[in-house]
Unconditional design. Structure first.
Length: 240
């Protein structure tokens, strides 16, 4: 089962003391989760005040640290609008990236997603597109980069685990019925993390784990670090 590790997102060290936030911490965590069994790593560049950034200089610092610490790691980052003032600034910042991640994620719930996705592809990065609700799916299916995706991320917003799994499966069904052939990845947040990991395994899809999504193990205890979460997924999918 293909497994992405999402090592930080916007989570703070007050929420968990081992969340990687500096370039060196993100690089060390990248090496650790890959050793634990992750296939690729997704990170968010963090600012000293705890925020998130897609500024070229900040991204380059993290990528250089990763490539020095974990040569050959396949890593990607976000293009989320919350990292900047809006779609125009996002486009300009991604266009200005001088050190490129291997892949970049674009959420089709956001304004300007299709333009950003096209820019990601034009700049030579691998694209992965995300949908959060069924309302996002038409824009994804109409996008000119639809068949350039390495995977489609399905990130249901429902907080109830059963509802989240149902929503993920409904979105996947519609996307696959439209003729999309790239892999599908399910992932949740908080209480829906592990139900969606299980659902991905049952449905033959990819999945994601890491502190961006949640800090708990399947038994409800807090994981020591991201690598512990990765190992828990590998144990679960091996047992199944």
């Amino acid at each position: 089962m293909f497994l992405k590790a999402a090592v930080n997102g916007g989570r703070s060290r007050t929420e968990h003391p081992t969340v990687p936030v500096t370039a060196e911490q993100i690089a060390a965590d990248t090496a650790a989760v890959l050793a634990a069994g992750a296939d690729v790593v997704h990170f968010h560049v963090r600012t000293p005040d705890g925020g998130q950034s897609i500024h070229p200089e900040a991204l380059a610092e993290v990528l250089r640290a990763i490539r020095a610490t974990a040569p050959g790691a396949v890593v990607g980052t976000t293009t989320g609008l919350w990292t900047c003032s809006g779609p125009e600034e996002r486009y300009a910042l991604v266009k200005a990236w001088d050190v490129l991640p291997d892949f970049a994620s674009v959420a089709f719930c956001e304004e300007g997603a299709a333009d950003t996705a096209r820019l990601v592809v034009e700049r030579g990065m691998v694209l992965e597109s995300a949908v959060w609700t069924m309302d996002d799916v038409p824009a994804l299916l109409a996008s000119p980069t639809l068949h350039d995706n390495v995977r489609i991320l399905i990130e249901p917003v429902e907080e109830d685990p059963e509802e989240a799994v149902t929503a993920a499966r409904a979105m996947a069904g519609r996307i696959l019925a439209a003729g999309v052939t790239c892999p599908i990845l399910y992932h949740g947040e908080g209480p829906t993390v592990w139900p969606l990991v299980h659902a991905a395994a049952e449905d033959g899809h990819q999945t994601r784990i890491g502190f961006e999504d949640g800090t708990d193990l399947p038994d409800g205890t807090t994981a020591r670090d991201n690598a512990t979460l990765v190992r828990a997924v590998r144990e679960l999918t091996t047992d199944n």
